[in-house]
Design a protein around this ligand. Sequence first.
Ligand SMILES: Nc1ncnc2c1ncn2[C@@H]1O[C@H](COP(=O)(O)OP(=O)(O)OP(=O)(O)O)[C@@H](O)[C@H]1O
Ligand SMILES: [Mg+2]
Length: 293
Amino acid sequence: MIFRAFGLVFFLLIHMMSKALVAHLLGVEYDNKVLMDRYPTKVLRMKKSLDNSVKKALKMVFKEDSAEGRKALRHFVKEVNILSKLNHPHIVIVDSVATLPKFNCILMPYYDGGNLTQILPYLNWHVSDHYLVQLCSALTYLRWKNIVHRDVKTDNVLLNTNHHIVLADFGLSDVLPPGQSMIKHIKGTIYYMAPEQSNSVPYDGFKSDMFALGVILWCMIMRMDVILFKPEQPLVEIVKSTTSLSPIDSNILCGLLEMNPDERWSITTLVNSLSGFPRFATKVQPFKERGLL
Ligand SMILES: Nc1ncnc2c1ncn2[C@@H]1O[C@H](COP(=O)(O)OP(=O)(O)OP(=O)(O)O)[C@@H](O)[C@H]1O
Ligand SMILES: [Mg+2]
C-alpha cells in the first residue's frame, strides 16, 4: 500500500517535473489542445510562456521499453537527424529538441490549418494546384539532398491558413549515398505504396515517393481520403475510367501513378510538365524565380 502510494507520488512528481522542465527548457506551456494522441507519440499545441499569442506544436515520443517504444524512438532519432539537415520553406521547421525523464520531444511552429486530410472535402482545384506546386518544390529539394521521405501522404502535409503548406513527419525518411536511389525495406502507409514495394526486391525510393504524390493529387482532385475510399483496383485504372477528370489532371495522375517505376514521372519530369501547362505555369514561375524549383 505504502509502496503504491509512493509510486503514485513519484509518478506525479516526474510528470510535474517533465511539464516544468518543458516550460523551463523550451519556454512553452500546454495550450489545451491535443493535436494527435497515438501512444507512444503525442502532439500537443503549446503557447510561448512569454507571449501566449505565439503557438507551437510539441511532438512527444514517450520512453517506453517495448517494441513500439523502441520503434518510435528510432523514428524520433531519424526525424531529428534529417530535419537538422533541411532548410526549405515547404518543409517543417524544428525549433528545438529535448530529452526529458519521460519523453523525447521536438518543438516546432504550429501550423494552424491542420493537416491536408482534414481539409480534403473543402478543396477547390485552384488551391490544390497551388499545393501540388509547393509539394513539388519540397520534393525537388529532397531529391537534391538525396533524401527519400518514404511516408508522403495527406496526414503528413501541414497547412497554414494562408494556403502555405509544409511536408512533415520524417521519421521513416532516409538519406541515400550520393548517386544511389535504390532502397530495400518496405515502409510507409499502405494506400500510398507503389506496386513495386510489394516485391521483395530493391526499388527506387524517389519513384515510390512520386507514386505517393500521385495518390495525394488524386485525393485532392477527388476531395476524398484514399484510406476511406480503399481502392480495390490500381488507382491508375480508376483514373483512366473517370471521365469527369480534365485531360491535364488525367495526364499528370497517369504519369505519377504509372505502375512501372521506370516509366513513372520523376520530380523533374513533373515540374517540366507543369511548366508547360498554362494552368500551372503562372504558379510554377514564382518558385523558379526564387530558385525553389
Ligand atoms: N507542427 C504542427 N502543427 C500542427 N499540427 C501538427 C504539427 N505536427 C504534427 N501535427 C499534427 O499531428 C499529426 C501527427 O504528426 P506526425 O505525422 O509528425 O506524427 P506521427 O506519429 O509520425 O504520425 P503518423 O504515424 O500518423 O504518421 C499530424 O498529422 C498533424 O495533424
Ligand atoms: Mg504522420
